[in-house]
Ligand binder design. Structure first.
Ligand code: NDP
Ligand code: GDR
Length: 329
């Protein structure tokens, strides 16, 4: 057992919940930063099962508030800090660009400052994104591919990446960014395209919905399983030297392929009959194609994805079919 302490922002989200499970399994004391909310039970469903674990603790704080992060770090004295908190939904970043810059961009700087002042020994992981590549300059994208973000979210993530590198170089901090490509799971938020599709396919199969309203089905993404990707985060902080890594499957699929497989897994033939294109789900600037080259992560971290694209789609559809079945009574 490790005897180490970790702090995780974004603990209530998809990745935070998987990472907390991984770290607790390894014997870590885990402190999760949570925002004060008026109805705590509903927003924390992904970590409910961890609340009684003796090594799991919640600390109130907000990435917008330096003081709260300073206090959380000073009090818990983490050995490792994983900054997964963010406004993570790309379309929302056009509606709320200032908030996105503040939380997704400056939030990372606030974490770095808290560590620099109160726990300089602490290792730092920043949740970077393939959205940093945006209008891609290379195919596939590697750690050397230049950034050209296409949304306020992507711009905020580029800032967070650069400031993490700068703190590493300026203060000799052990600070890394994982440039993670899309990763999904049954815990994925309902507004992201994969979960929206698997949930709607399950609802159509059970007779609760009639069609799927969707945006650009030609966009291509490199989709992996979130449970695999949190292992790469952990491995980055166990290295001798801090560095940045691409984490991806190396495969790309169009949104339409995801839809076709999901409907097939839900037992629905003739999927195109149920799909309706809705202009409201198109973006002001689209990221057309993402596919990552994770060779460096494979060589240096020994990391490889375990769940295939087809298995990922099936896992998510099976989960959503069960959820919808339970509503039938
Ligand atoms: P989620 O959207 O599921 O979770 C986001 C988390 O951030 C939630 O716990 C949320 O808390 C928290 N958060 C939001 N605003 C604040 C704030 N002001 N202060 C503190 N916490 C806040 O994201 P994922 O788990 O999918 O992603 C984790 C990280 O990885 C994010 O930074 C995301 O941008 C990045 N990323 C994700 C990828 C993916 O495919 N999933 C790919 C590449 C990068 P609350 O519950 O209170 O809203
Ligand atoms: P993304 O994920 O923007 O890649 O960001 P999302 O699932 O939202 O979109 C993927 C692609 O699907 C297209 N699309 C739709 N998207 C949504 N949400 N809803 C629709 O109805 C729809 N129709 C088509 C989009 O245009 C896009 O091309 C995710 C987030 O987790 C980020 O936080 C993370 O950084 C990146 O992945 C890597």
């Amino acid at each position: 057992m490790s005897g180490k302490t970790a702090m995780v922002t974004g603990i209530t989200g998809q990745d935070g919940s998987y990472l907390a499970e991984l770290l607790l399994d390894k014997g870590y004391e885990v402190y999760g930063l949570v925002r004060r909310v008026s109805q705590p039970t509903s927003g924390r469903s992904l970590i409910n099962h961890l609340l009684t674990h003796e090594k799991f603790h919640l600390v109130n704080g907000d990435l917008a508030d330096q003081n709260s992060i300073d206090n959380a770090v000073a009090q818990s004295q983490p050995d490792e800090f994983y900054n997964l908190g963010a406004m993570s939904f790309v379309p929302e970043s056009w509606r709320s660009p200032m908030m996105t810059a503040d939380i997704t961009g400056l939030g990372a700087l606030r974490c770095l400052e808290a560590i620099r002042k109160h726990a300089p020994h602490c290792r730092f992981y920043q949740a970077g994104s393939s959205e940093q590549y945006g209008k891609v300059r290379d195919v596939p994208q590697t750690e050397a591919t230049p950034f050209h973000p296409r949304s306020p979210y992507g711009c905020a993530k580029v800032f967070a990446f650069e400031i993490t590198r700068n703190y590493r170089e300026s203060y000799d901090m052990f600070a890394c960014t994982g440039i993670l490509f899309n990763h999904e799971s049954p815990r994925r938020g309902l507004e992201f395209v994969t979960r929206k599709v698997t949930m709607t396919a399950a609802r159509i199969a059970k007779g609760f919905d009639e069609c799927l309203w969707i945006g650009n089905v030609d966009a291509k993404r490199d989709w992996g399983f979130a449970g695999d990707y949190v292992k790469a985060m952990y491995l980055m902080l166990q290295q001798d030297e801090p560095d940045d890594f691409v984490v991806a499957t190396g495969e790309t699929h169009a949104v339409s392929e995801f839809v076709e497989l999901a409907f097939e897994a839900a037992g629905i033939d003739d999927w195109e009959r149920y799909v309706k294109i809705d202009q409201r789900f198109f973006r002001p600037a689209e990221v057309d194609l993402l596919v990552g080259d994770a060779s460096k992560a494979k060589e240096q971290l020994g990391w490889e994805p375990q769940v295939s694209f087809r298995d990922l789609v099936t896992m998510m559809v099976d989960h959503d079919l069960e959820l919808e079945k339970s509503k039938l009574g």
